[in-house]
Design a protein. Structure first.
Length: 635
């Protein structure tokens, strides 16, 4: 045992000497084991290097430590930002400790690494823009640079060697759809549709967010027609296949309340039916009568179909000739905003492809109410009655504009008593990041996050909201909400004033008896290692909850000293953190607000969830016309 310990000590010392020599030979290396920055007392916005040890914990090996530290150093390197640019980075500089908690949250290291790549590319683009502006060129890129709302390709009959590819410049968002018109043909009639992302530097093949494979003559498992859905990444290879019809009897899995596989697929049918057969250029209608039973399948060789992939909240849904057939739940780190290309290949005569509902930013030169949409500058440490942090993702341009034009127009925001900021992670697509950067500079209401915006990392945003609400400004109350939630700011403030509790407060739709999801197929699956207890402490649903200043301040402090427990469900995490404070002696007040609606809208709402760019203006108009908190889309 002593020999082993001595050998380990010698090996460790040798490794440290090698690293030290490497750092001495590499000027960048001097900062790798140092805190990426400290705060300049005379100018809190300036980032400077300091000689404080930078503790990187829970990493597997030295190479990963160096790699992660290098990327963090790049992310927090001082740059000559303008005043408008600095405003979007107030919280960013407080989040340099992310690596210390990254091992706990899924894919966190990858998100930081990818953010480092994206940030470097964005900064190169920003510097080029500044040089171009100084040289007298337009500092805004041309119109075609903007993310398009729709893309179409007609007469797409030629595949080429690798099939047909349609670039999706700025990813997909909820509501986006891809409609394909084509005819299964060839020897087998098998074809596939892949929604792919962008490969990381050094990777040849991109990740596949959705692999949709139609096998008209079956495969090794079945002789009957089948649809196979799956994902692929270079790190994890193929995932678990989802088949339609399912080999599992009575498979009742649902995505966005839609069946994973329509029950009619694979069932015996016997009826007279009318179909349209595509032959050359003309479409010939024929009537066939079938007396013998056959198994229903939505695709047929030689017959034209219209199939649409639609992006939902929980997954992607396929309709064929107007009927919903399959649904596919998003898998970890494979989310719709990552999609950069649609690939179609196999025995399919492709007629047309249309992508619509794509994320697009507004042309700021044509925004007539631009000045009224800009957020007022907040001096550091300004005292506020109420601060609201909004979760948003980089390419959700339309949702943020809808919020700006509706409930962000409350007088309380205009007077400066209340402030709202969007908390947005970086995108892997440079065009999206450039649009986001310009949006942040223009409106002054975005806080950029130094990580790529995977769903499992939203807890970091909650921490960032607490930091902004107590460290950047000083708010009496701090609220977290989403960019698809409509918040009646006046009513929330009235409720808080009525409660009149300024410490230990958690206000919202409180859940006091929930249990962890132990089903591995659940989006909210929690392993016993992540949470061993049978129930959660009380927590408030994510679309709208409020904490008092002292709770937010404690979260900020505990994060910075490394004692804050990381948990991937951010609203439950808040409940866990408050329960720990309660054990430490904090007197906690759980104030349940039934008018916070977690799933949609009901008349009399204070917070209505799942309200998009169409619903929000309607809700706002009803309030402005004196009709009260009435939901839209109802008679």
């Amino acid at each position: 045992m002593k020999k082993w310990s001595g050998g380990l000590l010698i090996a460790s010392l040798f490794m440290l000497l090698v690293l030290r020599y490497g750092f001495m030979k590499n000027p960048i290396g001097e900062s790798l084991l140092l805190s990426p920055f400290s705060f300049n007392a005379s100018n809190p916005l300036e980032w400077v290097h300091a000689g404080v040890p930078f503790a990187v914990q829970n990493l597997d090996n030295v190479s990963q430590v160096v790699s992660a530290a290098t990327l963090v150093s790049h992310l927090f390197t001082w740059r000559n930002f303008s005043r408008e640019e600095k405003r979007s980075l107030y919280t960013w500089k407080h989040l340099n400790n992310l690596i210390n908690s990254s091992k706990v949250l899924p894919n966190a290291i990858e998100a930081i690494k990818e953010a480092g790549v994206a940030w470097d590319s964005l900064m190169v683009s920003v510097e080029e823009e500044k040089v171009s502006y100084k040289n007298g060129s337009s500092h805004h890129k041309t119109k075609e640079k903007l993310c398009p709302y729709f893309l179409s390709k007609m007469n797409a009959t030629e595949f080429g060697d690798t099939g047909y590819k349609l670039q999706i410049p700025c990813g997909l968002i909820q509501g986006s759809s891809i409609t394909i018109l084509g005819v299964p043909n060839g020897l087998l009639g098998n074809f596939r549709i892949d929604l792919t992302g962008t490969p990381l530097p050094g990777e040849l093949d991109p990740p596949i967010i959705l692999h949709y494979n139609v096998r008209l003559h079956g495969d090794k498992i079945t002789e009957d027609p089948v649809i196979v859905q799956n994902t692929w990444t270079i790190a994890h290879d193929w995932g678990e296949e989802e088949r339609c019809p399912s080999p599992v009897p009575d498979n009742k899995k649902k995505v966005d309340e839609l069946e994973q596989c329509n029950v009619m697929v694979g069932k015996n049918v016997s009826r007279r039916f009318i179909t349209s057969k595509y032959s050359n250029i003309s479409i010939r209608t024929s009537i066939e009568q079938r007396s013998r039973p056959r198994r229903y399948f939505p695709f047929k060789q030689g017959y034209m179909s219209v199939f649409t992939l639609r992006v939902g909240a929980e997954g992607i849904h396929m309709t064929i000739d107007g009927k919903h057939m399959t649904s596919f739940a998003y898998r970890e780190t494979l989310e719709p905003w990552l999609v950069s290309e649609v690939r179609i290949a196999g025995d399919l005569k492709l007629i047309s492809v249309l992508a619509s509902g794509l994320p697009t930013s507004e042309d700021m030169d044509h925004v007539v109410d631009l000045e009224s949409l800009k957020s007022a500058h907040l001096p550091l440490h300004k005292t506020l009655d109420f601060f609201i942090g909004v979760f948003s993702t980089a390419n959700n341009f339309n949702r943020r504009m809808a919020v700006r034009r509706t409930w962000m127009q409350y007088p309380e925001l205009q007077s400066g008593a209340v402030a709202v900021r969007f908390f947005v992670g970086l995108h892997k697509n440079q065009m999206v990041n450039e649009e986001l950067w310009n949006e942040a500079r223009t409106y002054g209401d975005i806080q950029l996050m130094p990580f790529v915006d995977y769903y499992n990392l939203i807890t970091w945003k909650t921490i960032a909201i607490c930091i902004f609400g107590t460290e950047v400004v000083s708010a009496k109350y701090v609220m977290k909400t989403d960019d698809d939630a409509f918040v009646r700011v006046d009513e929330v403030l009235a409720s808080l004033n009525k409660i009149n509790v300024t410490s230990g407060l958690l206000y919202g739709l409180i859940n006091s008896d929930s249990q962890p999801h132990r089903n591995t197929d659940s989006k909210w699956y929690i392993s016993p290692e992540e949470w061993p207890e049978e129930t959660y402490p009380p927590w408030a649903h994510g679309p709208g909850y409020v904490v008092s200043h002292d709770i937010a301040k404690s979260i900020s402090k505990r994060y910075k000293d490394g004692s804050l427990k990381m948990f991937k469900l951010e609203d439950v995490a808040m409940g866990i953190w408050i329960a720990e404070m309660k054990k430490g002696g904090l007197k906690v007040r759980y104030e349940k607000e039934e008018r916070v609606y977690n799933e949609g809208c009901k008349d009399g709402y204070i917070v209505a969830h799942y309200q998009g760019p169409r619903e929000m203006p309607c809700l706002w108009q009803k309030l402005q016309e004196g009709k009260g908190a009435k939901c839209c889309g109802e008679k």
